[in-house]
Design a protein around this ligand. Structure first.
Ligand SMILES: Nc1nc(=O)c2ncn([C@@H]3O[C@@H]4COP(=O)(O)O[C@H]5[C@@H](O)[C@H](n6cnc7c(N)ncnc76)O[C@@H]5COP(=O)(O)O[C@@H]3[C@@H]4O)c2[nH]1
Lengths: 187, 187
């Protein structure tokens, strides 16, 4: 049951470390300082969950309408023998799809833990069929939401965006649109 | 089956990224430049595997005879939406237990993935009993060695040190001694 362990690993090894202080880190950033009527910044961590578990190296690689802007100040922790391990959060921006003068900054990334399931499916050695991967992917989604609900320090700090990136009719959703919808609902 | 997913995650998300170039990064470091008859540097990545899966924040926290010396140049990758994610390797040193004028530098850390199993056992929510954790811990050890044997680019780049950190007679092994034995066998 791959999903169970990966969900707990993702919570203990990452979300518990970066989510609780994310609002403060956003508000303290130079990006937030630059906000005005035309420039908004989303105060929640946007976590992308493609159904196939396929995670591109950067969001720009999946959708060129998403631009890389920089990083928040990193979270730095001693963990499991790594002294001063860096946890970096990438700041992206996307233009409004209605008013091109409007821009939205957001902290975003894919759910790194699911990339393992994609890579296991791609490898011949790991023994994870596409069918199993999709089952485990759904299990992971249920599990991680369960875990996060039980930990109040993470409440209201994130938005998980689950999306079908494998379209049977050849039309893949544009993640900039999906993210814009989410950000506007938040702001 | 928590161990299976964690082992693949640890390989795809970490070892595959940091092990292949570890010798070159060690040789390129200022620590290696300073080596002489009295100062040696181990050219393999030392990965500590405590049986209980309990990983201290730093190795110095488990054994004060191990000193923190610094870091290698980090590996930097775009991964799953994090732009320029840092992978840092900590450089430690330990004095010879026979000749105190001799010193050994090494790259070392605990196996991060097993810390998740320790934290799951400690939490009431994750449903991992101590008995299950010890079973999964053994499974992880078998699995990660299996995985690494199948990937030639990782050959001869690491040493996994599995040790019983829970002693029934109250005597916990001194990890500096265990590490010294391993390093001297390598050099
Ligand atoms: N020592 C060490 N140094 C590192 O830089 C490092 N990076 C990863 N790992 C370990 O490798 C394995 C695979 O990593 P992956 O990124 O897929 O999962 C990670 C990832 O989904 C998420 N995560 C952790 N750190 C970050 C980070 N800096 N940015 C984004 N996601 C992260 O949380 C999961 C668990 O992390 P750890 O529990 O720290 O251990 C990981 C894991 O066992 C590391 N181990």
């Amino acid at each position: 049951n791959v999903a169970h362990g990966l969900a707990w690993s993702y919570y203990y090894g990452y979300l518990r470390i970066v989510l609780p202080e994310i609002k403060e880190r956003i508000i303290a950033s130079k990006f937030f300082e630059n906000c005005n009527e035309r420039i908004h910044m989303c105060k929640k961590f946007i976590l992308l969950f493609p159904e196939s578990c396929r995670c591109f190296p950067t969001l720009h690689d999946q959708d060129s309408d998403i631009s890389v802007e920089g990083h928040l100040e990193p979270v730095i922790r001693n963990r499991a023998g790594t002294v001063n391990r860096y946890y970096r959060s990438t700041v992206y921006s996307v233009k409004d799809n209605i008013d091109p003068n409007k821009k939205y900054f957001f902290i975003g990334e894919y759910i790194t833990a699911i990339l393992t399931m994609f890579e296991m499916e791609q490898s011949n050695l790991a023994g994870l069929s596409t069918h199993d991967k999709l089952l485990q992917s759904a299990q992971f989604y249920i599990k991680i939401e369960d875990i996060l609900k039980c930990h109040v320090e993470c409440n209201n700090t994130y938005k998980i965006i689950y999306f079908k990136d494998q379209s049977e009719r050849g039309k893949i959703p544009k993640i900039s649109d999906i993210i814009l919808t989410t950000i506007k609902a938040e702001i």
